[in-house]
Design a protein around this ligand. Structure first.
Ligand code: SF4
Length: 471
């Protein structure tokens, strides 16, 4: 199972009921997972629902009102395998000893499970396997949580963040040593509540402040003694997921001290410097490419118009096509991207997109713009060509599904990929970004980022590979 997902946790020093904070926090992370959500309290009996936090609100509100507690963890789920049933929704209770929720992918499940049972896993569920393995380690280490989590992380290969709730009203949160997925700490002043979240946008929804990131290789404990920290990092180089910055994260979030919005805007400016293309209007693909389109427009002087809109009044209009698990679902959502004819009719249109993964959306957008009278459609893309599956938690399942690999293989130069992908999606021109521009736009060295879906360098998933071997 691969999990993208969003994590949230709250601990109130003033004994305030944190369930409303967790519920709103999960809504703030809804862009990270739209299939299911759940909240666990110290009763160790998690409440879970399919769909969005706001679906079936009346029914959920009744249960949530009865869950009063000053400490809780929550999860929104996006799966790419392993089924979408409620039984896979998180948090999980591990033998009623603790509850656990996860964001990321653990790659060496077989070895973790072999240590646990001596057998390969029958049902692939990394969160519950890791939870059970942690319980075994805790039992042999006198429930010393810092030591046991450190021992657990020595065994794990992959990209992961976890939050854990114990029956003693303590929260533990930890992040892998490469820092693939974001995780941060916040403070809600009014209720004197510590918060942990996958992204800081959830704090903004609550009027809470971002305190700091959980560092790669750091375990945070929150209890009535306050916040404690323990590091298990060995100085590994980081591998922050570059795709978070251009697509997955909310634009209002700040991740590892970098504003997602400003990164995207700068990437648009850099595309304008890189590609001298003519056009009458710049059109963002809604919603994640909007800041990049603004940056492109600022730099090129070509006006930005809203030539494509999501139908926000359709039930699925606000949902994100990329994270829908089934092809049919993605096609349904693409139908809810509507052209604004008056903005593109008779114009040479420059479309700014964050990425081209399978090419389904790009093909649909080119078609809809041409049908609306666009004279030409050129697409510029802030992320370099995606040629490899992600093994760190994002759904790029096979090489064959990836349009850049499918049309151009894994070693073609960027001009060749531009031409072949452009032809495949029926655009007049496609121009991808480069790795150098991407890292400059994000403001981090490429050696601090993961770009495995572009370059196939999966070594970053193994913390035991030395920094030198990964340069
Ligand atoms: S392979 Fe790509 S999507 Fe996956 S973690 Fe690395 S940069 Fe992110």
């Amino acid at each position: 199972m691969k999990e993208k997902c969003g994590l949230f946790a709250a601990f109130s020093n003033s004994k305030t009921d944190v369930i409303p904070l967790v519920t709103i926090g999960l809504r703030g992370l809804q862009h990270r997972g739209q299939e299911a959500w759940g909240i666990a309290t110290p009763t160790m009996n998690p409440f879970k629902q399919n769909g969005l936090v706001t679906d079936n609100l009346d029914q959920s509100a009744l249960v949530l009102q009865q869950m009063k507690t000053n400490v809780a963890i929550g999860h929104v789920r996006y799966s790419t395998a392993g089924g979408t049933s409620l039984s896979n929704a998180q948090p999980f209770s591990i033998n009623k000893k603790f509850c656990i929720a996860h964001n990321g992918t653990v790659c060496d499940l077989n070895s973790v499970n072999t240590k646990l049972t001596g057998k390969k896993p029958r049902r692939i569920n990394d969160t519950s396997i890791v939870g059970k393995r942690l319980l075994t380690i805790l039992k042999t280490n006198n429930f010393d949580w810092f030591k046991s989590i450190t021992l657990l992380c020595d065994e794990l290969v992959g990209a992961y963040c976890f939050v854990i709730l114990t029956p003693n009203n303590e929260i533990y949160a930890f992040r892998d040593t490469r820092g693939f997925r974001p995780l941060c700490i916040g403070w809600h002043k009014k209720s004197k509540t510590y918060l942990v979240s996958s992204e800081s946008c959830a704090f903004s929804m609550l009027g809470a402040e971002l305190t700091r990131d959980v560092n790669p290789g750091e375990i945070i404990k929150i209890s009535n003694k306050g916040l404690e920290s323990h590091s298990f990092s060995r100085g590994e180089r980081t591998a922050h997921c570059s795709f978070e910055y251009i697509y997955f994260a909310h634009p209002s979030s700040v991740i590892d001290q970098t504003s997602v919005y400003e990164s995207r805007r700068k990437l648009g400016q850099m595309l304008a410097e890189m590609y001298d293309v003519n056009g009458d209007v710049v059109v963002p693909v809604p919603d994640s490419a909007r800041p990049a389109a603004l940056g492109f427009s600022e730099k090129s002087g070509i006006p930005m118009v809203e030539g494509l809109m999501k139908d926000r009044y359709a039930k699925r209009g606000s949902m994100r096509s990329f994270i829908q698990p089934k092809y049919k679902e993605r096609l349904k959502i693409n139908r809810w991207i509507m052209p604004v004819k008056s903005a593109v009719d008779g114009k040479d249109v420059i479309v700014i997109d964050d990425s081209i993964v399978r090419g389904i959306s790009s093909r649909a957008i080119v078609k809809t713009l041409r049908n609306s009278g666009a004279k030409s459609v050129k697409i510029l893309v802030t992320y370099p060509p995606i040629r490899h599956p992600c093994r760190a938690g994002i759904d790029f399942p096979t090489h064959e599904e990836l349009i850049a690999y499918n049309t151009s293989g894994k070693n073609s130069d960027i001009e060749t990929i531009n031409k072949k992908v452009g032809k495949s999606v029926n655009a007049d021109f496609v121009g991808y970004n480069t790795v150098e521009n991407l890292s400059a736009g994000i403001g981090k060295k490429s050696s601090q980022l993961c770009m495995a879906c572009h370059d196939g360098e999966y070594g970053v998933l193994n913390r035991n590979l030395s920094n030198e071997n990964l340069e």
